[in-house]
Design a protein around this ligand. Structure first.
Ligand code: SAM
Length: 440
């Protein structure tokens, strides 16, 4: 990470290390600086750390650096969010460099941290993007930041304000992707890829150096310069940050013939509206003839709808009454896409047909772990539903998805940002698929 910083900008450095821990990153930076031609200038290090036990280790580590004479260090014990926000309010943007491995923690919508960040114009949902946004704001002109962070901010609606801030204030110099199947940031057993991102303030956006490695030791490193338009597609209002790869490039090319948005198809994709713990009293483990089928991802074994499931840990049904009616969909064909896939699953985008022939003629409940394609909260024509399933399950869609989504969660927003074939082409695909199935 220390090596990423520009070699010609190491004179008179004021370095920010936010969430410094024992100071590993500051130490690495100091080593790089001492090896540079600017070692007779000055290096000032401000290290922020909340945890008192860490501070006790951090202080002697940084003090040892001062022996060389040109390095001055300061440990600031306290909450970086508070300290940084105060400095931003005072317009103190003095850091020439920032290096960070920030804490990963969700920020509650009613928390003090959320309010403090909002008070300086930062809207975000996780401490790591909060730290990165604050560090960007604290940088002087042409200041650089190198951060190791999860990749989740690259897509998804909740990180959109952060992406906007980052892309407005800085240019992306490089992104390194740890293309590994394990992760230090893994949460809830959801795969989470990590990146090292290098950003610079106040310089024009040029091509971006993309590198990848398959393990932590940075073996198997491959890198290439990629045009910025491949990273953030022009006109993409969501500002997804894509990390191009060969398969994704080919996928983009093969999908480029598709020009329809979902809206143009007259189709909507929504998150399954039944949040089971909120409707507990209305759920039924075995649905009676008056109850609506309630569909979970577990009802689609190997992609085929299997309902009801006798050995199922989740409910099979939901009562139809005044309290539940608004969450239910009329019977018919729908397309369900899993919102979470297991790490070991080969595909991230898994689309399944909701086939009314396999369900009673009653409204359906779709549980919150599914994304549902529908038309005005009603069913899709059968051919269109079958066509969408066939299209969404192509390798090209999976490769397209992996370019911007580094975890195993598939958001409805992700599916809305895909370009689809025309309605006629999808219907045609659906008819061909149905014929093939009936011949098998
Ligand atoms: C992921 S660790 C990184 C430590 C170190 N930078 C490294 O790379 O080894 C994040 C650090 O941030 C600290 N931290 C967490 N919340 C903080 C806050 N609000 N203000 C300052 N430091 C915080 C933690 O105590 C922890 O030491």
């Amino acid at each position: 990470m220390a090596k990423q910083f520009r070699a010609d900008r190491l004179e008179k450095v004021i370095l920010l290390d936010a969430g410094a821990g024992q100071g590993a990153l500051s130490l690495a930076f100091a080593k790089r600086w001492e090896q540079s031609r600017f070692k007779s200038s000055q290096l000032v290090i401000d290290a922020y750390e909340l945890d008192n036990a860490m501070v006790k280790l951090l202080e002697p580590n940084l003090q040892a650096l001062e022996a060389c004479g040109n390095i001055k260090t300061q440990v600031i014990e306290g909450d970086f969010v508070e300290e940084a926000s105060n400095q931003i309010r005072r317009h103190e943007c003095r850091y020439t460099h920032a290096i960070l491995n920030p804490p990963y923690k969700k920020i509650g919508s009613k928390s003090r941290t959320r309010a403090t960040l909002a008070s300086v114009g930062i809207e975000t949902v996780n401490l790591y993007t909060g730290f990165l946004a604050l560090s960007i704001e604290l940088l002087a002109r042409e200041g650089e930041v190198v951060a190791i962070v999860p990749r989740s901010f690259c897509n998804g609606p909740y990180y959109r304000p952060f992406r906007n801030l980052m892309l407005e204030r800085t240019s992306i110099i490089s992104i390194h992707l740890f293309d590994a199947r394990d992760s230090a940031f893994a949460e809830d057993d959801v795969l989470q890829e990590n990146i090292i991102i290098h950003l610079q303030k106040g310089v024009p956006q040029g091509s971006v150096l993309i590198s990848k490695s398959t393990n932590r030791d940075l073996d198997n490193l491959s890198s290439e310069l990629v045009e910025f338009e491949r990273i953030v597609h022009p006109g993409d209002e969501e500002k997804f940050i894509r990390i191009p790869n060969k398969a994704g490039q080919e996928a983009n090319e093969s999908l480029s013939a598709n020009t329809c948005t979902l809206q143009q198809l007259g189709v909507t994709v929504s998150t399954g509206p039944v949040v089971d713990f909120r409707l507990k009293t209305h759920l039924r483990s075995s649905a009676s003839s008056d109850d609506a089928p309630l569909l979970y991802p577990g009802h689609f074994a190997g992609g085929c709808l299997l309902w009801p499931r006798a050995d199922f840990k989740k409910p099979n049904g939901i009562a139809i009454n005044d309290a539940t009616q608004r969450w239910l969909f009329p019977p018919g064909h729908y397309v369900a896409v899993k919102r979470f896939t297991a790490k070991e699953e080969q595909r991230r985008v898994v689309a399944m047909l909701v086939d009314p022939a396999l369900l009673p003629e009653l409204p359906y409940g779709f549980e919150n772990h599914l994304n549902i394609y529908h038309e005005n909260r009603g069913p899709l024509p059968e051919d269109l539903a079958r066509g969408l399933v066939a299209f969404l399950n192509t390798q090209a869609v999976d490769d397209w998805f992996r370019e911007f989504n580094g975890h195993t969660q598939v958001n409805a927003t992700d599916l809305r940002s895909l370009s689809y074939p025309t309605r006629d082409a999808l219907m045609d695909m659906g008819r061909r698929h149905a014929t093939r199935k009936s011949h098998q």
